[in-house]
Design a binder for this molecule. Sequence first.
Ligand SMILES: C[C@@]1(CC(=O)O)C2=NC(=C\c3[nH]c(c(CCC(=O)O)c3CC(=O)O)Cc3[nH]c(c(CC(=O)O)c3CCC(=O)O)/C=C3\N/C(=C\2)[C@@H](CCC(=O)O)[C@]3(C)CC(=O)O)/[C@H]1CCC(=O)O
Ligand SMILES: NC(=O)c1ccc[n+]([C@@H]2O[C@H](COP(=O)([O-])OP(=O)(O)OC[C@H]3O[C@@H](n4cnc5c(N)ncnc54)[C@H](O)[C@@H]3O)[C@@H](O)[C@H]2O)c1
Length: 190
Amino acid sequence: MLRPMSLLPAFLDLHGERAVVVGGGPVALRRARTLLDAGLRVQVIAPDRCDELAALNTDWQPRPYRSGDLRGAAVVVAATSHADVNAQVVRDARDLGLLVNDASDATRGNLRFPAVAERAGVQVAVSTGRELPMLAQALTERTRDLLPTPEQLGTWTERREAALALPEPQRQADLGALRRDIRRAVGVPA
Ligand SMILES: C[C@@]1(CC(=O)O)C2=NC(=C\c3[nH]c(c(CCC(=O)O)c3CC(=O)O)Cc3[nH]c(c(CC(=O)O)c3CCC(=O)O)/C=C3\N/C(=C\2)[C@@H](CCC(=O)O)[C@]3(C)CC(=O)O)/[C@H]1CCC(=O)O
Ligand SMILES: NC(=O)c1ccc[n+]([C@@H]2O[C@H](COP(=O)([O-])OP(=O)(O)OC[C@H]3O[C@@H](n4cnc5c(N)ncnc54)[C@H](O)[C@@H]3O)[C@@H](O)[C@H]2O)c1
């Protein structure tokens, strides 16, 4: 069993960077979708791939993994059905100082994938610090209905910017009112 540990919660801007996903099954598919949604260019290296993965906009190399495949990548996912291949991918990625996720043994890599609820750029991501993906999934499902609409977000952003431009004490007063409105909308005490 995976020893629970707290990880660094962080959101990475990797738009335009290259990701290499080794493997072409359902797990590689999930990771490829996540990486594409975050604006990365995704290369898939696998002798065969599932139909849904074929439908995505990736650069597919239809062959087994070779050391050297990771040059120029920012993020690497090892998601083959062979633990020894995944281990080699992780070693190569770590030698290059890259972010790497090992689908067969999360503790070997330095990158875990959270469950995510998202609307209009607001993202709530859950990691359980262990392997309980169904809990992470349930918590983000519960959160989804709390996410504001794009219209609410637009109004709140404009109110904040307007308040920041005001002199004190009006600035603090307007920011306080905005904070109360947001907390009420999300259902937490003001
Ligand atoms: C959140 C999400 C993100 C994502 O994957 O993109 C995610 N798993 C998701 C789905 C999912 N996972 C599994 C199935 C069953 C069907 C299948 O086999 O495919 C399904 C499908 C489903 O449930 O729909 C099985 C499974 N998962 C892991 C193992 C252990 C192992 O392989 O050893 C096993 C096999 C043993 C078992 O059944 O437990 C391990 C991990 N899964 C994690 C994340 C990380 C821990 C997250 C945490 O707890 O914090 C970690 C450590 C991976 C990592 O980050 O390295 C995504 C939900 C996305 C959403 O919201 O829709
Ligand atoms: N982390 C998770 O959420 C999670 C969930 C389920 C399974 N897993 C683990 O993830 C791994 C992949 O699961 P899956 O269901 O997608 O597997 P799968 O068997 O459906 O697919 C494996 C893929 O690896 C490719 N492959 C095999 N040898 C390769 C090589 N040498 N180089 C490149 N590609 C190669 C195959 O062509 C295939 O596309 C397994 O180790 C499984 O235990 C992780």
